[in-house]
Design a protein around this ligand. Structure first.
Ligand code: MRU
Length: 332
């Protein structure tokens, strides 16, 4: 199992995902500058994985910064290093409210592994009549520091039956091409890479049975923020009558938000679009719009796959009910 984030006593160690799949470079972050940069540069990325990383980061900063005001300022930087995935501030808040911060960070990490296994179990019945699967971005172990959410369900299903898996490359940072293809190969699952703009025709021609993606933040009504391009996939899936599933842990649901209209969407730098592998592909000065996420309206989501099972519409009932579910340790 790939381990993207690890507590290392005097540092938080991580795999710098920007160099994958060509190089597995393990890096140590110790200062708030290094910890914040790891998240902001997407060296560590994926909603649950940045939550786990943020939890360890806060535990480390508490050890190293004795001045309370300086510690609070450092925590604020970690908590807001990326705005869209709720898992980051959720994990930071959880660690802050714990007596033993490192123990809580370890618990968050352990829970994520367990949650991912439960999500994969919840999803298995959905794969019983489906063998042609399309997924987007990266939702495997690199993205969760566990076994993966959407990709975890695909890997678990592929262990039971032959699947045809299609992976969209996920411009501009190519998490699908670089990370998902790598994780599927490591897991021994055959997959086919497509450019993002081939997704609709792949649904039409290859007769995709289901689309499954992860999430960065899900509002109370089921509106779902995920990697840019997810909304377009959901529209195309609806047009072709293909089920569209979102696999996500409880920690990705933000029950305080009525709808996706108020989810903060991260806009990233123009060079991510203007350049490819450091080489310019558009003229200097070209105007660029680079939203990192989009919001898929709840009506386009067939169901949510969680550690508590499948959440069906009407989401105005099934999602708020998550607040009444037992804590993970009580499950099992
Ligand atoms: O910008 P990224 O690479 O952090 O975006 C990741 C995604 O959008 C994932 O689909 C999402 O975080 C779910 S990860 C299980």
């Amino acid at each position: 199992m790939i381990q993207p984030v690890r507590w290392a006593d005097d540092a938080v160690e991580y795999i710098d995902q920007r160099h994958l799949p060509h190089e597995t470079r393990v890096v140590r972050a110790q200062t708030v500058d290094e910890l914040e940069a790891a998240i902001q540069t997407l060296a560590v990325r994926g909603a649950p994985a940045i939550g786990v990383f943020g939890a360890y980061a806060v535990a480390l900063l508490r050890r190293n910064i004795s001045d309370d005001a300086a510690f609070e300022a450092a925590v604020q930087r970690i908590s807001t290093a990326r705005p869209t995935a709720i898992n980051l501030s959720w994990a930071v808040d959880r660690v802050l409210s714990a007596h033993d911060m490192l123990a809580e960070a370890n618990t968050i990490h352990d829970e994520q592994r367990k949650v991912d296994q439960l999500i994969a179990q919840s999803a298995l019945p959905l794969f019983s009549g489906a063998s042609r699967i399309l997924t987007h971005c990266n939702t495997g172990p690199l993205a969760t520091a566990g076994e993966g959410t959407a990709l975890g369900t695909i890997i678990a299903a592929a262990a039971r039956r032959k699947l045809s898996v299609y992976v969209s490359e996920t411009r501009p940072l190519l998490q699908g091409a670089r990370l998902t293809m790598y994780e599927l190969r490591e897991a021994g699952v055959d997959a086919t890479l497509i450019v993002d703009s081939a997704a609709a025709v792949t649904m039409q021609q290859k007769k995709i049975d289901l689309v499954i993606v992860g999430a960065d933040r899900i509002a109370r009504n089921g509106d779902t923020a995920n990697k840019i391009g997810t909304y377009g996939l959901a529209i195309a899936a609806a047009h072709h009558g293909i089920p569209f599933y979102v696999a996500a842990p409880r920690s990705s649901f933000d029950l305080s938000l009525e709808s996706g209209a108020v989810i903060p969407i991260e806009e990233r730098g123009s060079n991510e679009v203007r350049e490819l592998n450091g080489a310019a592909i558009a003229e200097a000065g070209t105007a660029i719009y680079n939203p990192a996420f989009d919001v898929t309206p709840a009506r386009l989501v067939t169901a949510f796959i969680t550690e508590y099972g499948i959440l069906q519409p009407p989401y105005a009932e099934s999602i708020p009910d998550l607040a009444n579910r037992p804590a993970l340790a009580v499950l099992a």
